[in-house]
Write a protein that binds this ligand. Structure first.
Ligand code: ARG
Length: 286
């Protein structure tokens, strides 16, 4: 039927408010949890953690790999190394943007040998790897959004590394101060939804850093502490589908309301080590 002049049809409003979310196929690098366990405590989650059920961890990890493939993404794997129980957290191995690989230098001595194992994978895959001069835990703290790098510090990656990353990539690198030991990596407190927006938990950031986030992302999805503690912000988005912890119920609802498609994948065994979906996923950006 004809609408009165000045009345916008509901269809049109929906299009304006909620443009269709467009997924972009990604290349992901993961590491099978063959040797995964909680053997030492280098973050708040690992203290008094219940023992890992490795068979369950393997099944959960396989589900994540399948979910990525089912949504059109490429999954490659690096050979797991015995005695490196945290090597499953592939996101910490590097930051890859525009085919440039900025490697890792772990804060904890227990994890330092992981850098060489991943570097070997990158070299075999045809990449040069730039070795950081200071502590750097890859995408754990270095999160590309659009043409910027959001860079966490406070527990692991240093500000010296932030400066080095900016010089290496030529991308504005914005330092954000983390203040809560449960959110020791930036990727436990914030994730990019697409090239222009993010979701985050405000309580993980210093006052000034929170102000920076509010200025950069006025439309951000704001998560509760409960959803953040459920590793809801350790999610991976392809611009449409969000691979997210099913325990983060409130966040899942919010994402759906914003037009994203939540794809719940349960990595509860990995939470014992302080990691989730994003920690297990290194993105190789062309
Ligand atoms: N146990 C690991 C550590 O404390 C977990 C790393 C989680 N990775 C991440 N990208 N947040 O280093």
């Amino acid at each position: 039927g004809a609408l009165p002049v000045g009345v916008v049809p509901e269809e049109a409003v929906r299009t304006i408010v909620r443009p269709p979310r467009v997924p972009r196929p990604r290349r992901y690098l993961l590491c099978e949890p063959l040797h995964f366990e909680v053997r030492y405590a280098i973050n708040a989650w690992m203290r008094d953690a219940a023992p890992v059920d490795r068979a369950l961890a393997q099944r959960q990890w396989a589900t994540l790999v399948q979910a990525y493939r089912d949504h059109g993404h490429t999954v490659e794997t690096v050979e797991p190394v015995a005695d490196l129980p945290d090597m499953v957290f592939a996101a910490n191995s590097a930051l890859v943007v525009g085919g440039r690989v900025f490697g890792s230098h772990f804060h904890a001595p227990e994890r330092r040998p992981e850098s060489a194992a991943y570097e070997a994978w990158f070299r075999a895959a045809g990449f040069d790897v730039r070795a950081p001069k200071s502590v750097c835990e890859g995408e754990g703290d270095l999160v590309p959004v659009g043409g910027w790098i959001l860079a966490g510090t406070g527990f692991r990656t240093t500000r010296e590394t932030h400066r080095e990353v900016q010089e290496f990539l030529g991308l504005p690198t914005i330092s954000l101060q983390l203040v809560d030991p449960y959110f020791y990596h930036l990727d436990t407190a914030l994730f990019p939804l697409d090239d222009t927006n993010v979701a985050y938990y405000p309580g993980a950031f210093s006052r000034g850093s929170l102000e920076v986030l509010r200025r950069l992302f006025p439309e951000a999805v704001i998560a509760t502490r409960e959803d953040a503690m459920a590793f809801g912000l350790n999610s991976v988005s392809d611009g449409c589908h969000v691979f997210v912890a099913p325990q983060a119920e409130g966040l899942i609802e919010q994402l759906a309301r914003h037009g994203y498609v939540p794809v719940p994948v349960d990595l509860s065994e990995f939470h014992k080590a302080g990691g989730g979906i994003k920690c297990c996923t290194q993105e190789v950006r062309p």
